[in-house]
Design a protein around this ligand. Sequence first.
Ligand code: NAD
Length: 407
Amino acid sequence: MANAFENAMKQLAEVAKRAPGVVGTEIVEYLHHPVRIVDVEFPVVMDNGSRTFFHGYRVQWNNLRGPFKGGLRFHPQVDMDEVKALAFWMTIKCAVVNIPYGGGKGGVAVDPKRLSAGELERLTRAFTRSIADVIGSDKDIPAPDVNTNAQIMDWMVDEYGKITGKIDYALITGKSLGNGGSEGRGTATGQGAWYVFEAYQKKLGLGETCKVAVQGFGNAGQVIASLFYQHGHQVVAVSDSHGGIYQENGLDIPAVITHKTSTKTLAGFPGAKEMSQEDLLTCACDVIAPSALENQFTKEIAPRVQAKVILELANGPTTPEADEIFAQKNVTVIPDVLANSGGVATSFFEWQQNKSNEHWTEQQVFEKLKGLMDAASQDVISIADQHHLTQRQAAFVLALKRIGEKI
Ligand code: NAD
């Protein structure tokens, strides 16, 4: 299995090689090194009274542009290299979308689906105590990621408040609305990806009715599938960790969401054919939106991909080898560090609201979000055109220039 951190460093090296006069060597050197790595093991009392130790991480990659910022993932595959890659990508992403943050990421190696609600809360609180020294609303601001949600963020704010004696809502973003959360944060990653897609639609000569496949049907995947559906595109395939479903004339996405919510599975959706996860990646469509985990498009899969556009909502779904194949095949990859940056951009709005004790409407939030996503998309497109780079290389160049100004 490809290593996400090695992939991230290969992407950085590739940009340094492809744009030597544009990107300074000093910033490339800087971005090879994390500022701090926190590696913890902590005990949690389980429902049966036994005690289990869990392994958690917080990686603070770079804070030249502002406090570290990045999500927390609860997943059995979480390990140091994955968290380092994600923290590095957060650094690039916050610079691409031009918000005053650096990059960080964290996680716990655990399958939360095997925990009771009480065990999940105790694990979250214990992990918060383990990393409390290094986080803070002007230091490092966590947020949700895979298998973490507003409830988990609320527990973290509460636990941290018990340690410091003061509730500071700006400590964490992605909280529930009643607990300092922002309107629109729950759907922001998909919404932001939609604005990016619209910015690219004309440039890429995409019609009004594209055939779309969405891999991953969680927070990010459900929202982007719904937005494609609402705007008249045909979402022909979606998948989750158990497999996919396909309907040539387009799935009724609201009905698929209802089915998945009530049955916990995509299987058995009326009128749809079941398909494997691999078949989804290579199915006949114009656009694929990977919205699950890293390393989905590998050098084995890439040659068989039929889509012309890959809209990366997941972090790191395309390996560097697959990127090369896509460039040769003229497949446009709209990179994660741009396409999914709507989540962290709206986290920044939540943090601003918490700091100033304001509450903005969803319309205000999405207007600001559209402004940031449009500007970032145009910046990336113009660098790619000017220097004959892929969209990912251009996004990295933009970020490296912006971060480099702070050395
Ligand atoms: P989530 O836990 O809500 O959903 C993940 C989905 O992926 C689930 O439906 C799961 O079943 C599915 N999945 C897992 N393995 C799969 C596989 N092999 N094939 C198909 N589906 C599979 O997580 P999320 O918050 O939607 O995050 C998804 C991706 O988006 C991650 O890479 C995350 O880092 C990225 N992302 C999320 C946000 C956010 O705000 N949620 C922001 C930026 C980036």
